[in-house]
Design a protein. Sequence first.
Length: 260
Amino acid sequence: MERQREQAVVVLQEQLADGIFSMWIRCQAAETAKPGQFISMYTNDGSKLLPRPISICEIDKEQGMLRVVYRVTGENTGTKQFSEMKTGDTLPIIGPLGNGFPYELADGKRVFLMGGGIGVPPILELAKQMRCEKKQIVVGYRDSQTFLKEEFEQNGEVYISTEDGSVGTKGNVMDAIREQALEADMIYACGPTPMLRAIKQYAEENNIVCYISLEERMACGIGACLACVCKSKEKDHHTNVNNKRICKDGPVFLSTEVEL
């Protein structure tokens, strides 16, 4: 179904860490949103035609609100304008977009929920909605600014890695798994490509079903422009080449479907 652009209203904006902001918005997209999906957010600056794809961090269907947590990446990227918005301001969005995580498949299983960097926020709603035997949340940060840590602790067993070793395991999320001798039957992960590549390899070596959410620069966000493709094992019926459109076919894929 083609999503229509709507005007979302800012309910609450706050800074969580250096360059990291959280925004609650009231919008119709909250009615059907699922963990792992994203929205395309437009600035009110007419000179910027393309939206910014931002992962959904939390969903409040009762209040009709979504929470997005994003990083300000520069003066002219649109995210700086988002960070300056106040309660009551409006901004155009399209969503929810993408396919989301198939979290129902984890019922009765031991699960890793893994996030790294700006791939951490979408793991929160996934952790809130997932019902499984053992929920192990493994999240990686650059340093001691472990945003969303308290929310994660309310929704599972939390293991943290930091690049500088200031909190938890020094290194990355895979180092945390090895240090804590953790085990799982399924993996759900979101983060930068090097992290996902390591998780994909680990899952295949240990015969673990693994779903990964790919981060990629997107333009249209609806699958029309083919700017955000990844290599796939099978030919895409849309392009007849070994590509999948991350915004339309993903961003969540079974790890064995794609090549990283």
